[in-house]
Design a protein around this ligand. Sequence first.
Ligand code: PAF
Length: 288
Amino acid sequence: MNICRTIAEFRALRGEYLSRSEVVALVPTMGFLHEAHASLMKIGRENADRVVVSIFVNPSQFNQAADLESYPRDEERDFALLRKEGVDAVFCPAAPEMYPEGFQSWVSVEEISRPWEGAGRPGHFRGVATVCSMLFNLVQPDVAVFGEKDFQQLRLIQQMVEDLKIPTRIMPGPLVRESDGLAMSSRNVRLSPSGREKALHISQSLFAVKERFLQGERKSELLVTSAKERLNSLPGVTANYLSIVNEKDLSECIEIVPEDGARIIATVTVDGVRLLDNLELEDRSRGV
Ligand code: PAF
């Protein structure tokens, strides 16, 4: 596996891939890798000759310094997982390589950045869109794989690629859960045993909403209210939002029209740890 810490190193390697007309897949990550990341790498592997993973804890997408500082990191463990997955190259720059002194160009995907995560974390999506634009320019991937756990992020990247005519195919990777239902996330490691118990209520609440939907309930408010009450009644737990949205534009559904594509999305803070989850209301792939 090639380990590239500088842009120059990575560009030289990319040149070699290009000279052999190899198809390249990119899996952008912030490290502290787990099985859900591995599943994205597998999708990359099935669709390309070369799989490149970036590991970069992007400072510009953190709106709280403490969150950036406490973001878990373990490079050696990450490299072991990458080798196990047969990844060809890892691009892991230091922050000044990506944001040198004088950096001043930002990418903003407007509408889709505003609600939900965007409302709770000002500037977050500007940071995500900017770093992903830089990665797309550097890696020039034919395919890039993004997990559906960060559903708003996935939609934002799809919109950006379409708007800016970036010649990369975005492939969504299904959300991966622990055996007890908790959505896999690098942040789960920050949960205490009791926090983890409480966090299990997130997926359980979403599945309960889906069950009522499948039984015929179509009024969004009726579906989500009891789920929010359940979560907010737990000590140290706040449902920042829990809503049913149109999968395309992420607008809130009042009355659900299943054919339009609806998804329940949630961000819940458990003992200070911000956890995301979401669930498609109908089990059919609509190729978002
Ligand atoms: O989802 C993530 O890990 C990050 O937001 C990403 C896409 C790697 C950009 O920093």
